[in-house]
Each structure stands twice: as C-alpha cells, then as structure tokens.
Design a protein. Structure first.
Length: 199
C-alpha cells in the first residue's frame, strides 16, 4: 500500500491516518498536526479505486458494502501496519487509529473484528458495517467517535448508534460527540478529539 511516514518528536502521539472516499495519504495530515503538532504520522492511501477515488474497501453503491473486499482489505491493512510498525520500532499499542468516513469504517472494523494490541481510535463520522462475528472483550480499547446527527446524509443515527453499541457491549470505553455539520468534519469536533487525547 502507498503510505506517507513522518517521524515526529519522541513524546508526540503516533497516528495511523485513514482518509475518506476520494482522499489520499495527505488528506488528514493537517488534522493530525492539529491534534498533536509533535505527532508521528503513518498515513495510508486506500488501494481500491472507484471512479478515480481512493477507498479502503469496495462497495457497490452508497453504503452497499462488498464484505469480501472488506475482510480482505482489513487483513491487508493490519499486515501493513504490523510490518511498518516493526520496521519503525513502534509498538502496536502506541498507535492511535485516526479515520474519516470510509477510513474510520475500516479502522473501527479492524478493532471490532481482529484481535490485536491496537487500542485507540478517533473516528470521524463512522457507521456500522453490520458485521458482528467476534465476541472477544474490548476493555482495552478507547474510542472517540463523532457523528453529524440528522443532517448527515450518509451515516444515519441508527447506524452510528449500532456501531457505538458494538463497542460498548464488549466493554470498550467510547466517547461520543454529535456535530451540527452533517458528514463534514468541523473544527469543534477536532478540538474535542484533541482534548480527549490529552486525558
Ligand atoms: C464513504 O463514502 O466513505 C461512506 O460514507 C463510507 C464508506 O463507504 O465506507
């Protein structure tokens, strides 16, 4: 997978960045630097192409997900993260997964469906992919997630609620933030995520 790696200061956060549909490895860099100016960044480009737009797994129309692709690409992403983490000498538990929309969806799926020592996620406007095949405990996971309420044309309140419940039912610590700007990421929520990271 194509990716961008930028080493930060030793005490900075370590972010894995996963863009939304149509983005690339540069899309979330400014956001990450706002979250922590000293951060180390590992930012992936989704390798699925849909009408010239990069994504992390295939779909057959809006919110019509290709589950075979989802599982394959989740495994592939995890392998990439493991390989690069070893190369760079960064423990998996030190990373914070930061994703928006399609990137948040694959990151949340990774935490819910693969047993790993990745523990933290910041998910902007994710939704449930309605895959619940695992039951291992998520008490070691800390998740911050935002949604755009009724104004979000892509993520319904019910789908967001299902995702939050999937984490909470398995004992993850989830912080939820509702925004007023639909599917767009707003400054308010980024500030909120920054405060959450400091806790
Ligand atoms: C998107 O367009 O990125 C969707 O909202 C989420 C997805 O397809 O995973």
């Amino acid at each position: 997978m194509d990716y961008l790696y930028q080493a930060g200061k030793p005490n900075g956060k370590k972010f894995i960045l996963l863009h939304g549909t149509g983005g690339d490895e540069t899309s979330l860099v400014d956001l990450a630097k706002f979250l922590d100016a000293d951060s180390t960044i590992l930012s992936f480009r989704g390798k699925i192409e849909e009408d010239g737009m990069n994504r992390f797994f295939k779909r057959n129309g809006l919110n019509q997900f290709d589950f075979e692709s989802l599982e394959k690409e989740t495994d592939h992403l995890l392998e990439e993260i493991q390989t690069i983490s070893e190369e760079k000498g960064i423990a998996l538990e030190d990373w914070v997964l930061v994703g928006y929309s399609n990137g948040a969806n694959i990151a949340a799926h990774l935490l819910l469906e693969r047993e790993t020592t990745l523990t933290k996620g910041i998910f902007f406007h994710p939704m449930s992919l309605e895959v619940h095949t695992q039951s291992f405990n998520l008490a070691d996971k800390k998740v911050w997630a935002s949604y755009g309420g009724k104004r979000d044309p892509i993520v319904s309140e019910a789908s967001f609620a299902e995702l939050v419940a999937a984490f909470r039912d398995r004992s993850a610590d989830v912080t939820v933030v509702e925004t007023a700007y639909g599917h767009q990421v707003s400054m308010d929520e980024v500030q909120n995520a920054r405060e959450w990271l400091k806790e």
